[in-house]
Design a binder for this molecule. Structure first.
Ligand SMILES: *Cc1c(COP(=O)(O)O)cnc(C)c1O
Length: 389
């Protein structure tokens, strides 16, 4: 139970959190051994982690980065995408997807999503493509893969446009047998503590082929490189960044990845329990997982029926010791994205207001879920009384 306690909420003895990463003595020992090695920046552990993630998704090794956001920015810079270029993204996503584009100097083009899957709706894509479109970043929201084949089909009618998966949430998810992270030309993963495995902060940039990889690597580490192995120091031929992941973080990731099958298996069972338990409640619907998709349930997100005050529900759950939050954000509702709005996004905006993330992590019990569902259902029953006040 120790892990369920949120220590900084002093007045509540017990809080069921949205997510609690499963970190144990393996991670602790791995960190200690990095500290003892004296080698703490990007080194042998980062390389090992890059290979391990590549193997896990049956793809090629990635480039470990300080976050998924820096991985996204890194690939845009690597491809030379900048001022005057456009990059298409879904409205319903964590704002980092859009921020990476803004940081590159390019223009985010925000399009609406699908009400059932919460993912980019390929039917909205064609109208948004212009001669300036350089890339599309489909987001696998909450871990459920976007319909990448449908996106590719639309894109194929135009000039070459890169597909960059925002797979921040989607490690372990599948799309017709293929792993998230191998579906586009490039992909990013996140190892933030809210994702399925964590390194504290961290990310990785994945490549379908290695054409741009050495440039991305060079940009990720100040733009320096060696022309031959015997060079005594670096030559800086481009202006780069410091987007490296440290070996301390990578060592945690290596141990976390060894546990991923068990973590995903547990999350899947717990998610199914929620779905069975709440499936007949008319106020609630779930993210639809189409045939052929495997959802990793990074987050369990429900949609409340129109008219229910979701923020009120969050506050009521909190009073019962249950942490919850919105699903994710509608970019078009954020002040920082106002100047880039060119299409109506009613679905993304409605999901911003109607979705609710419930606790889901390895270590949550069926009894916890029964408690959460009982409280949620009684809160929803009381909602009409609340409206009448
Ligand atoms: C978490 C998340 C990110 C950002 O990941 P960081 O590693 O924290 O930079 C980006 N996109 C989506 C969809 C996310 O959920």
């Amino acid at each position: 139970m120790r892990l369920l306690v949120r220590p900084w909420i002093g007045t509540l003895p017990l809080m069921i959190r949205i997510n609690v990463p499963n970190l144990g003595k393996e991670e602790l020992e791995a960190v200690v051994s990095v500290l003892e090695s004296g080698y703490m920046t990007q080194g042998p552990k980062a390389t090992e982690f890059e290979n391990a993630i590549g193997n896990y998704i049956s793809g090629s090794p990635g480039i470990a980065t300080s976050s998924a956001t820096t991985a996204l920015h890194l690939i845009l810079e690597t491809l030379g995408i900048g001022p005057g270029d456009e990059v298409i993204i879904p409205d319903f996503t964590f704002p980092a997807t859009g921020n990476a584009i803004v940081q590159s100097g390019a223009t985010p083009v925000i399009i609406d999503v699908n009400l059932d899957t919460f993912n980019l709706n390929p039917q909205n894509l064609e109208q948004a493509i212009s001669p300036r479109t350089k890339a599309i970043i489909p987001v696998h929201v909450f871990g459920l893969c976007a319909d990448v084949d449908a996106i590719r089909k639309v894109v194929a009618k135009f000039h070459p446009i890169f597909i960059i998966e925002d797979a921040a949430c989607a490690l372990g998810s599948k799309y017709f047998g293929r792993s998230a992270g191998t579906l586009g030309d490039f992909a990013c993963f996140s190892f933030h503590p809210r994702k399925v495995i964590t390194t504290g902060e961290g990310g990785m940039l994945m490549f379908r082929n290695n054409e741009f990889k050495s440039r991305a690597r060079q940009l990720s580490t100040h733009g320096g490189g060696k022309t031959s192995q015997t060079d005594p120091y670096l030559l800086f031929s481009i202006n780069g960044f410091n987007y490296r992941l440290s070996d301390i973080n990578a060592a945690i990731g290596i141990e976390q990845l060894k546990k991923i099958d068990r973590i995903l298996d547990n999350k899947f069972k717990l998610a199914q329990f929620y779905i069975q338990r709440l499936r007949n409640n008319e106020d609630i619907s779930f993210q639809v997982v189409p045939e052929g998709y495997v959802h990793n349930f990074q987050s369990l997100v429900i949609k409340l029926k129109n008219g229910i005050d979701r923020d009120w529900v969050i506050r009521q759950l909190f009073d019962f010791g249950i942490e919850s939050t919105l699903g994710t954000y509608s970019l078009s509702l954020q002040p920082a994205f106002q100047k880039w709005i060119s299409f109506a996004t009613p679905v993304g905006q409605s999901l911003h207001h109607s979705t609710l993330t419930l606790p889901l992590f390895e270590g949550l019990t069926f009894e916890n879920i029964e408690y959460i569902c009982n409280k949620l259902e009684s809160i929803l029953r009381n909602h009409s009384a609340f409206l009448e006040r």
